[in-house]
Design a protein around this ligand. Structure first.
Ligand code: TRP
Length: 435
């Protein structure tokens, strides 16, 4: 079975070298593997939680989209979109919000950190806490569950959110699934790589430490200047240096083959100067990043090209999201109006007039089913199935879910039959099923 892999990036800033090595590069590599179906998106609704500067939001989502594309994302293979282009996501967020316990949200790390900071500062515990921040994990659960992702590559700080998504999925399945699972339970995937790249001062590379190496910002010059600021010891050229564990060598490693890594270490041990070593590091990184930077600049100069790509991505995403959401709406009772079957018609009477499914096999060896009205009139005709079991499963689902299953079911309405008549027949069957 194909594994669905999904990840989002909050669009509040630009990406640095640590993001590239830890997230973008491995995600793109994974998306090229056979058997994986990848979903990447700009979490711009999440960005609104942290940022109320419209221009910054606009700039960041454009820059981040351009970065992914420049880094080699193949949008034919993956589904690449902006969260805010898929209205099914906030709609699902609400359905999930209604089954999420407040107590569980109280325990979310991001929210708790704000409360703790407030308390420590002697403020009201909820000072500056918006409902957006509080409900952040539910929106994230909707991101994941909307596409039934199996695996979610994230940093360690996000693992709790994935666990919350599993919980909510389970609760929803249990409450509304009637034995069927609407949602796959997602797994967090934390790669060691994600955390490792050190910043200029040797601590983890992070905006909040002001120690980042920019990815494309500032061009080749910006990269060179950042590298010049890497902290080293004071050994002079000619003196042997211990390469292991130094920031410079760790950055080098992230862009080098095993042979290049060994050669670089040997040179440092033989006395290569730090200044020279920094030039090597620059050349090594720029060999990979340089061509991407060129593509990045071209894309940034042609935002309408990116817009088009993302519109296509949104269409692909919605083609998956909309049918699932239709089933969920049906499941929670947000249904198209029809006579309330159990109240309106006594079951015994309804039964006598119920339409019937018939399963059969044709001369072509395939299995089929059809739905006939009580008087024998054809209502629905299925396509052929290789397995009888498959036909049986569709019959069961149509009985259980009625109209909600119709959009996905491989069936055709009988010629000349009004849609309303078919819907009525399915509703009657469904009512009889649940009676
Ligand atoms: N919260 C994630 C972060 O800050 C971003 C994100 C939003 C995300 N929705 C997601 C990641 C869904 C994975 C899956 O890193």
């Amino acid at each position: 079975m194909t594994q669905r892999v999904l990840t989002g990036i909050t669009t509040t800033g630009t990406l640095h070298l640590g993001n590239y090595v830890g997230a973008v590069r491995p995600a793109i590599a994974a998306s090229r593997e056979p058997g994986a179906e990848s979903f990447f998106f700009m979490a711009d609704y999440h960005a609104l939680i942290k940022c109320d500067e419209p221009d910054r939001i606009e700039r960041s989502r454009l820059q981040i989209a351009a970065t992914w594309l420049a880094a080699g994302l193949d949008t034919q293979r993956v589904v690449f979109y902006r969260q805010s282009d898929v209205p099914e996501i906030p709609e699902l967020t609400w359905l999930l919000t209604c089954v999420t316990s407040k107590g569980q949200m109280n325990r979310a790390h991001a929210y708790k950190a704000s409360v703790d900071a407030n308390v420590a500062a002697g403020e009201d515990p909820d000072a500056g806490v918006t409902m957006g921040l509080y409900s952040y994990p539910i929106l994230m659960a909707a991101d994941i569950l909307m596409f039934n992702a199996h695996r979610v590559p994230v940093g360690k700080d996000q693992v709790q959110h994935i666990e919350m998504a599993r919980d909510v999925a389970q609760r929803f399945n249990h409450l509304f699934g009637k034995g069927e699972d609407f949602f796959v339970l997602p797994e967090a995937q934390v790669d060691a790589e994600m955390e490792l790249l050190p910043g200029l001062d040797g601590r983890k590379m992070s905006k909040s430490y002001d120690n980042v190496v920019p990815l494309f910002e500032g061009g080749a010059k910006g990269l060179k200047e950042a590298i010049a600021r890497i902290v080293t010891d004071s050994r002079l050229p000619g003196e042997p240096k211990e390469p292991e564990g130094t920031t410079l060598v760790q950055l080098f490693d992230a862009f080098a083959t095993p042979e290049q890594r060994a050669a670089f270490r040997a040179e440092l041990r033989a006395g290569l100067g730090w200044g020279e070593a920094k030039q090597r590091l620059f050349a090594q990184i720029d060999a990979e990043i340089g061509p991407m930077r060129e593509r990045y600049e071209q894309l940034m100069a042609n935002p309408e090209r990116i817009e088009l790509i993302l519109q296509e991505g949104a269409a692909k995403a919605r083609a998956i999201a909309a049918p699932l959401l239709a089933r969920l709406r049906e499941a929670v009772g947000l249904r198209r109006f029809q006579a309330l079957a159990t109240a309106a018609a006594p079951v015994a009477k309804a039964k006598s007039a119920l339409p019937v499914f018939k399963q059969y096999r044709e001369a072509d060896g395939q299995f089929y089913f059809k739905l006939n009205a009580a008087d024998g009139q054809l209502l629905l005709q299925s396509q052929g199935f290789a397995q009888g079991k498959e036909a049986g499963q569709w019959v069961a689902r149509l009985k259980r879910e009625g109209v909600a299953a119709l959009a996905e079911a491989p069936v055709q309405r009988a010629e000349g039959l009004a849609e309303a008549a078919l819907h009525e027949a399915l509703a009657a069957l469904m009512a009889a099923e649940s009676a």
